[in-house]
Structure formats: structure tokens, C-alpha cells
Design a protein around this ligand. Sequence first.
Ligand code: ATP
Length: 907
Amino acid sequence: MTTLLRRSSNLARLSQTHIHASVCPLSHSLHRSLARTAYRPTPRTRTYATVKPGDSKDGKDANTNTARKHVKKDGSRSGKPARGFESLYSAAGPLSHQGASEAKKQTDSPQMSMLTEEEQEALDSLLSTIRKGLPASEATAVEKSFEDFKRKGIPPEIREVMANLKNRPLDLASAAKLVHWTGKLAREEALKRIASENEGLAASTSGKDKKKKSKGDSKNKPGEMNFKEFTANLDTGTFLITAFVAYLLYRTVMPSENSKDITFQEFKTTFFDKGLVDKLTVINRHRVRVDLHREATGRMYPESPAQHGNFRYYFSIGSVEAFEKQIEEAQNSLGIPSSERIPVSYVNEKGWVNTLMPLAPTILFIVGIYWISRRAGGGGAGGSSGIFGIGKSKAKKFNHETDVQIRFKDVAGMDEAKQEIMEFVSFLKTPDQYQRLGAKIPRGALLSGPPGTGKTLLAKATAGESQVPFFSISGSEFVEIFVGVGASRVRDLFQNARKNSPCIIFIDEIDAVGKARGKGGFSGGNDEREGTLNQILTEMDGFNTTEQVVVLAGTNRPDVLDKALLRPGRFDRHIAIDRPTTEGRKQIFLVHLKKIVTNEDMDHLTGRLAALTPGFSGADIANCVNEAALIAARTNADKVSMIHFEQAIERVIGGLEKKSLVLNPEEKRTVAYHEAGHAICGWFFKYADPLLKVSIIPRGQGALGYAQYLPQGDSYLMNVNQLMDRMAMTLAGRVSEELHFDTVTSGASDDFNKVTRMATAMVTKWGMSSKIGYLFYEDDQQQQLHKPFSEATAQSIDSEVRRIVDEAYKQCRDLLTEKKKEIGLVAEELLSKEVIGRDDMVRILGKRPFEDNKEFSKYFEGTGGKSAPPPPPQELNDGPPVGDGPNVPTPGVAIQRIWDRRANLFS
Ligand SMILES: Nc1ncnc2c1ncn2[C@@H]1O[C@H](COP(=O)(O)OP(=O)(O)OP(=O)(O)O)[C@@H](O)[C@H]1O
């Protein structure tokens, strides 16, 4: 009895099949498990051995090998079975291979005989003895089997055991036999149930779908699982993807699926005591990995993840010594002989985090260096990037044969500049012509002018015409955080250029590196920039006269450049490119209109457009033409017509129309009277610009009204009369408000700003005040602290500015008081039509009492001065809404923008 209890774990393990068959309800999983057990039994012997910590590797291997020795390739084990269980592994035993094949045969011919009453009593007493040594759940299962014996009878083998037990107490061999037969009978029972269930299933299938059956769909014989019912058709790709996604999901949801931490107590009661433990591995002396007998565990705990191949339980230990002692005691208490003890091995494992930790600083350092080098040197010319390409030039090289297709004919409206630069072309094409006469060829040319006036275009055209390679780089691309990089890039650029000689280098925005040295910095923070500039100076000096490398540079600020850069021998030629004149604009329009589909008469179209666009740069014109084409496309027009061009110009000058900005009626009236005031002054002042159009549709950023005037041709000077008329006209919005309403609005703020600037310039720069005289005071924001004039002069300037503005105000008020009725008429017309043109003004006010510029009349009189109607409603969706608050919308902003363009001509 003692022996049986000591080996209770074995008994439990061996009786699992029986337990499942008896306890578990009938289910498919049970069927499979039982069927598998019946057809492919796995012997369950176990080798017990202990390896002490610090034992040699050999010792460890020896243990592992010992364990392995018992495992054959097919998963079965060789070697001696545990003592007392030999009969189970005999040829006829259920756990032997042979026994497994025999088992099925035996199920077919059981020779059962019913129990007598006496035998039933003996069975009960046997049961009570066995129960003592079994856990409750297993005892119930055995009990159930014994019940079956009573109902269905027992085979002769059990009868024999029982007969033996009459005379002597229960020994291990008898107990094993009993367990064996209870298990066997349970399996037979289960198989019978599977067979009958499948028969039932087949019968119901045949009843429902006889056709299918006749085609042979249901080939399953009774007794076999009808797996066909569960098949699904999946192509390999879908299957792989689905499996992969499912695996990912599974890993995401259950990241710790492969392991579970348990306590030593759980380990002992759940696995160790039940003989499920195959091997123990002590990891890093504080954690133990438990390898279980998977099959046995799966049968005992069908829901347990431990039956999956890679699942392991872990528990922590205080010390290896204590653990060994506990295991030793546990095995002793179960009476396991030392030769069959659980193998324990010892390993030192490092997690990937622990492995990577010491390397982290090095990895970080390498990644940091790589990142910095990518940032610093990325995208360099010739594929030079990374840390090694940091000092390489970033200039883009354009191949003259394929890339540079621009010619001088594509650059319009700057004949003088073209003339100047043509010389470089002929130098690059026919250098001998100059050299034979001893002429030195200019090294470079500085192209200066406002943004978008075609400096880059001209440089490209020079390269295109001379058919040489063209290196283009921006000044800012030399600048880098590392000292010395800029200079090194300059060296590399010039070196490349010399290799590709003859060629042209174009440095755009050269002021980024070419600012005068020693200026604009309190600290030595400009060292790098100065180093770069010095290198440019050196390289430009370093050319010998026969080297055909021409350096062109572009800048908007020639005034800030270092003098050394501009001296002869470096940038010998300074070519100033200004905004185009009316004629220039015409030609630029012609260049860009070539690609546009239009039926308009080109001469008239370009003339009118040029007149409408004073102060526009080449880039503005290119933008306007493109914008017109976009507007035409938006309205589904098949060609671009004058209306589209005019809308495009208005849009470029005044911003987008904002019909969504709904003014309340009172505000709208104010805006109408404000704009009408401007319009009346423009109409009746002799030196004011003729009016083209007034609109009270809000536009751009905060402009509630818009009046378009046309300057009388390209004028570069303004006299006092013109200035006074212009100031009076600018104040007309506010004066009109004063005359027609009880109160005034904030709408004239921008007008005041403009008037004040004009009056101040008249006093401090243009010598138009007798009190201040012919002095020029720089309006330098940086010199706010030290004004270049005395306090008394400052007061005089203030009083003179005030006087001039007051005079303009008076001039304006006098006129508007006289024309109060006309203002009302224009304003009402504006309120009803929102946009009025020159024709409407003529209708309301009569012909303008002064003669207009001839150019103006040529393009605007004949057409009736018609102007574009408001743009189509689609445009209303564009642009941000105008908010209220401090950014109070200012009528007449567009006027200011036109004037600003004019004002630039004077500065
Ligand atoms: N004279 C011109 N003839 C034809 N197109 C011009 C002319 N000037 C400018 N453009 C148009 O404007 C575009 C921009 O010109 P570009 O880049 O040469 O100006 P930029 O003077 O170099 O400007 P930035 O000073 O801002 O560099 C050109 O691509 C071209 O379409």
C-alpha cells in the first residue's frame, strides 16, 4: 500500500485515459485525445538524476544524454520501465507499441462476466483502499469505472486480481493491473461512443442530402471522424497571409504566451507531485525553467498551454542550495530512487536587453554620428553624402547639352543686361579672340536686383548660349554648423569647375556668405561665414587668365556685400537688373504667353496687360499668366481671354475675393462711401492716377474695398503736386466718412500710415520742407537709439510732417465737400453693383476734366474701360476667413500695394 501511495503520481498519470473517459463529457476533443491514445500510445518512463551546481559540463551533458538515451527518434523511449510497471510495457500492455495495436483487436472481443454480490463487496472495499491514495478527482474517476464494472461485468484479468486480493493485501502489481484494465475498458467505452456518434452523424447526413452521398462525398466509414465537414478551401497565399496576421495579432494580444511564472508550491502540487515534470533548468541561479511531459500534461490539463511546444513554466528560487534541498526532500518523500530522479541542469542565460545594455553607448554614438553626417552632408553633388561628403560642394551641375535649354530669347525685357553678359558667352566660345590682343577676360559678374527679376534665368541663359556646363549653388548651401565646411565646399566647387572648364558657376543669394566682414555681429559667430568668403575670394584670385571658368552671382542686396568681392579681378561687372518697364513687361508677357491658348490679339493683349501691371517683376508676370490659365480652366473655358488675365492680375495685386465675408448693411455703406471718396479724388485731382475700377467686394487679407488706379506710364520721379494730390486722395476715405456719417471707423488706419510715410519722406529725404531744408536723415531702424538729429530738429520734423498732412487733408476736404452729392451717387452705384468701372464713372460724373496718358487711352478707352466682372463663385472656397479682433480690416489695402510698388522705384 505504501508503495502504491508513494507512486501515486505514476498511478495518476497512467490512469489519465481512464479518468478522461469517465469524467469528461463527450466531446470532439475527448474523442481525438482518446483515439490518439488508443492508436499511438507513448511510453511514459522517466529518468531521475540530479546534477549539482558547479558540476562540470560533462556532468550536465551526461544527464541530458541519459535522459535522451531513453528517447528514440519516433518519440518513444527505450530503457527499463519504472519498477512495478513492467507488465504495462509487456507486449500486450496498453502502453507498449505492440499493446497499442493489440488494443483495438481486444476491444472487439471483450469477455466480460458479471460480478457476484460477494465480488461487488470486495470491489467496494478495494475501491475504498485505492481512494485513500488518490486525489479526489481521480478517486471519483476510478469510482465511476468501478460502477461500470458492476453494471457491465469485468474481464477475467480483473477477476483474477480480485481473487488474489482475497488472500493478501493490495500490492503494486495488482494495483497496476487494476489501473490498466480500468483504463482499457474506459478507452473501449469511448471508442464505442465515437463509433455510434459517427454512425448517427452519417445517418443524418444521408437523410438530408442523399444526392451528395451518392456522389461519394461522404466516404467516411462508421467509426471514423467525419473531418470533411470541417474542411475549408484556402489558397496558399491567403493562408500564409492569414496565418501571419493571426500570428502577429496573437503575439500582440498574448505577448507572454511562451512562458508563465508560477510559485514553487504551484509547481510542486500541480506538476511535480503528479509526475509531469520532465526536466528542470536552473537559469542564472535564481530562476527555474520547468520542462513537462507534454502529452501527459495535455491529457491531465487539456486547457493548459503547457502542451504547446515552446511553452515553459518558470518559478523563482531564493538560492540554488535551498532549491536543491527542497527538490531532494520532495523526491525523497515520494520515494523516488536516486537513479530515476528529475534531471536538473544549470545555465547562465543573458536576455537580449542585458546583452545589448553594455553596447548601448557605442550603438548610440554610432547612430548619432551617422545621423549628423546624413544631415550635414546629405544630398551632396555627385552622390557624396554622409560624414565623408560633408566638405563636398552641393552645387547642382547642369549638363549644357541636355539640362540647360534656356536661351537669351527666353529672357525678355532686359536688353542692356543681356548685352553685358553676352561678352561672357563669346569669351567662353572664342577665348582666342580676346587673348590674342592681350585682353584679360572678366572673372565674373554680379547680377543684382529685386526678387524675381530674372537673375537666375539670365545666368542659365548664359550657360545655355555658351553651351558649357553650369554649376548652380545657393550661398546658404555653403553655410554649415561645422567650421571649415563652407570653405572646403568652395574649394571643392572650384576644383570641380576647373575639371569641367570651360564652365559657368552661378552662386545665387551670394549675400548669405558675401556680407561685409566685421559687420553685423557682437561675437566671433561669423567666423565660419568669413572663412567661406575668404575662400571664395582666394579661389577667384587663383584662376589664371586662361582658365575659362566664369563666376556669376545673384543678390537682392548688393549694398551689404564685402567690398573685396566687388573689386575688379573678382566680380568685375555689376549688372543691375531692375523691374521691367512697360515695354519690358510687354516682352515678358509675350514670352510667357507662347504656351497659353488664347484668341486675343497679342499686341493689344500684351500692351493692356503691361499697362495693368506696373511694378510687376518677371516672376510676377509668369505667375499672372499661369493664374489666368488656371482661372480659365476652372470655368471650363476653351481658351484664355482678357477677362481671365484681368482677374488674375487683380488676384495677384489685391488677393483673393472673399464673397463669403458678409458685411452688415451699415458696414457695407461705410465701405462704399469710403471707396467713393477715393474714387472722386482720383477723378478730380489733376495729378492723381486715373481710376480703373472700384470694388467693395472684400479681398485678400483684410481689405474690405479695392480701388485700382493706373499710374501714368513708367514715371521715376514725383513732384510736390503729385505727392500732395496722392496724399489728399489717400485721406479721401476718412474725409468721406466724416462728411456722410455721424462717426468715423478704424478703416482708414492704413491710409494714415501711408500718408505719414510720404510726408516724412518729403521732409527728411526729399528736401521738400523749407523749414528742414536740404538734409537727408536715414530712416534706419537699427539706429533708433541714436537719432542723427537733435531734439529741436525732431520737433521741427514732426511739425512739418503734420503741416503737410494737414494741408493734404484740407485739400481733400475742400474737394469732397464740394462733390458731396457725387460721392453719394458713386457710393449708391457701388452698393447696387459692388464693382464699378471707368465707364460707370464717366456716366455718373462726366468725362474726366484732365487729359489722360496716351498709352492709357490706347488700351482702355476703345474698350469702354471695361473691367473684369467678379470672379466665379468657386473661388469663394479659397482663403482663410477674415477674423475680427486687433486685425481690423482696412479698406484700400490694395491701393497701398500698388503704391508700394511705385514707391520702390524711388528708394
Ligand atoms: N526677364 C524675364 N523674362 C522671362 N521670364 C522671366 C524674366 N524674369 C523673370 N522671369 C520668370 O520669373 C521666374 C523667376 O526668375 P528668377 O529665378 O530668375 O528670378 P531671380 O531674380 O533669380 O529671383 P531671386 O532674386 O529671388 O533669386 C523665371 O523662372 C521666369 O519664369
